[in-house]
Design a binder for this molecule. Structure first.
Ligand code: HEC
Ligand code: HEC
Length: 196
């Protein structure tokens, strides 16, 4: 490439990187923040916090909403016109925000939740959540972080996995959720919400 064309190419790619950053910032502030909070810490406990969530998991969920693999009346219209580059940038931005940590008052319920998280329930065949989501609840590149998530959102998702209304990749979690009692689901969700 001749120096002049190279300089033009660099100028062009810098301009398009700037345009991408601007469009992503507009999306976050004008769109996502309404429900997921300006820093990715959700405004209402029924919405998931995205702050500190794993980047690959976030990008995959956005792609799944867009392709209709994960069906959601709320999220489908939000992602309809997102480009792949915007999805990658949004996932990176939210993953870099600090995660939230909630307070839970009921110590007894917390102890039940901790037991389920670490050991499962061998009597009913619930596997230990920690086996897949990690001892610290931070997940892996493909597994979601659960630590600090809103308890109500977690309970709702467990219900959706059980009923298979969470439509993408639900095999592993359907088995888990179908064996949890309502009390165990609430206990483990509360326990997770206060994990750092
Ligand atoms: C009107 C409220 C609303 C807006 C605006 C919104 N979301 Fe959501 N979002 C939700 C709800 C509700 C869910 C849970 C979806 C479900 O399970 O049905 C969700 C789920 C998600 C998830 C999956 C999280 C997880 O832990 O699995 C991601 C990622 C996400 N939203 C990203 C975004 C991005 C990025 C934007 C902006 C472009 C956005 N959302 C705008 C309400 C909203
Ligand atoms: C065998 C591995 C495995 C075990 C054990 C497991 N999970 Fe999961 N879990 C997954 C996978 C895989 C996903 C992500 C599915 C996807 O990619 O859409 C997931 C997703 C979730 C989600 C959705 C998070 C979000 O942000 O929307 C919740 C909530 C959850 N798991 C809770 C639990 C709880 C609570 C337990 C223990 C009672 C548990 N999991 C045990 C594999 C597991």
């Amino acid at each position: 490439m001749k120096p002049r064309t190279l300089a033009a190419a660099i100028a062009f790619s810098l301009a398009s990187a700037g345009a991408l950053a601007a469009s992503v910032e507009e999306r976050i502030n004008g769109q996502c923040a309404t429900c997921h909070g300006p820093q990715g810490q959700a405004a209402s406990p029924i919405f998931p916090s995205l702050a500190g969530q794993n980047r690959e998991y976030l990008a995959k969920q956005l792609q799944d909403f867009k392709a209709g693999r994960r069906q959601s009346e709320t999220m489908t219209p939000q992602v309809a016109d997102l480009t792949d580059a915007e999805i990658t940038a949004l996932a990176a931005w939210f993953s870099e925000r600090p995660a939230k940590q909630h307070r839970v008052a009921d110590e007894d319920l917390l102890a039940v939740g901790r037991y389920i998280y670490r050991k499962g329930n061998t009597w009913s065949g619930v596997p230990a959540c920690a086996d897949c989501h990690g001892a610290d609840g931070h997940g892996t590149t493909t597994l979601p972080r659960l630590a600090g998530q809103n308890s109500r959102y977690l309970v709702m998702q467990l219900k959706e996995f059980n009923q298979r209304t969470r439509t993408n990749d639900n095999q592993a979690m359907h088995l888990v959720a179908s064996r949890l009692t309502e009390m165990e689901a609430k206990a483990v969700a509360d326990y997770l919400s206060q994990m750092p």
